[in-house]
Structures are given as structure tokens and as C-alpha cells.
Design a protein around this ligand. Structure first.
Ligand SMILES: [Fe+2]
Ligand SMILES: [Fe+2]
Length: 155
């Protein structure tokens, strides 16, 4: 499977009403783009595992941050949106487990293809509506400030 059919340009990601969400999405695409470069080059498996780890960690924080805000501000579609996060993270986790077992580059490339489509679809539906809703509240513009709020949350 060739990588050049994949659109890895952050400028082609759907934009939502909150700047910090757009930044997080661009960062995630950049992480995956780097991973794909590593897969295409002859990068060793250990470095690919590290990059895959970084992607999983970034995705976890990305989803937890959005879930936190939806709960905090009682967003009506929280269950639907959070369910898509759960499913996507489960898939990513199983792809990682399979990589750790088999180090199959083709499988990882194939997953990245479908993930890229998923990302486009998820942002333009769930994230779009969520950001529209959340934009009525005075939220910080940076993910790191949202994480500070999450850290101070006691429930
Ligand atoms: Fe998102
Ligand atoms: Fe989301």
C-alpha cells in the first residue's frame, strides 16, 4: 500500500470553533506523519515503537480532554462522542499490541490509512458540534491550560 494516497497535510483537517482542539488535531497528524515516514524509511522497530507510543499517549490525552469538557459543561451528545473515542482508542491499542507482537509494517500502514479517514469524519461531525457548543463558554485557548483545569478538578 502506498503512502502517497494519504493526505497528511494539517491544512486539510476540518477546522472547529476552538483553537486548542485544532492544534491538538494538527499535532496528532504530525505525529502520525512522522510515524509513516519512519515506516517508509528503514527506521528500526524500536524507534517505530516509540513513535507509536507517543501517538497512543497523545490520543489518550486528546480524548480525555474533550471528554472532560463535555462532562464539565453537560454537552447533550457526550455519550455518542465519548463512545467514538472509546472505539477508536480500543482499535489503536490493539494495533499497538499487534505491532509489539509482529512488527508488521504493512498492517500498521493499512491502519494509518483507515485512521486518517476516521479522523476527518470524527472531527467534521463529533468534534465540530462539540466545539460549537463549548465555544459559548470562556475556555482557555491552549490544551495545556485545559489540562490544568482537569488537574484541579476534584470530582
Ligand atoms: Fe478531537
Ligand atoms: Fe473527539
Amino acid at each position: 500500500m502506498s503512502s502517497d494516497t494519504l493526505d497528511l497535510s494539517a491544512s486539510h483537517l476540518p477546522q472547529v470553533a476552538l483553537a486548542f482542539m485544532n492544534s491538538v488535531h494538527s499535532e496528532e497528524l504530525a505525529l502520525v506523519s512522522e510515524l509513516l515516514t519512519q515506516l517508509d524509511d528503514d527506521t528500526n522497530n524500536a524507534d517505530i515503537s516509540m513513535q507509536l507510543n507517543a501517538w497512543v499517549a497523545h490520543t489518550q490525552a486528546h480524548f480525555e480532554r474533550e471528554n472532560f469538557l463535555m462532562q464539565e459543561y453537560h454537552f447533550f451528545a457526550y455519550p455518542m462522542h465519548a463512545a467514538e473515542h472509546v472505539q477508536a482508542l480500543q482499535q489503536l491499542n490493539s494495533v499497538q499490541a499487534f505491532w509489539d507482537e509482529a512488527a508488521d509494517r504493512e498492517v500498521l500502514r493499512g491502519y494509518i490509512q483507515s485512521w486518517r479517514q476516521w479522523l476527518q469524519q470524527h472531527i467534521s461531525t463529533m468534534d465540530f458540534v462539540t466545539a460549537q457548543f463549548l465555544s459559548q463558554f470562556p475556555l482557555p485557548n491552549e490544551a495545556i491550560r485545559i489540562d490544568e483545569l482537569r488537574g484541579h478538578d476534584t470530582h
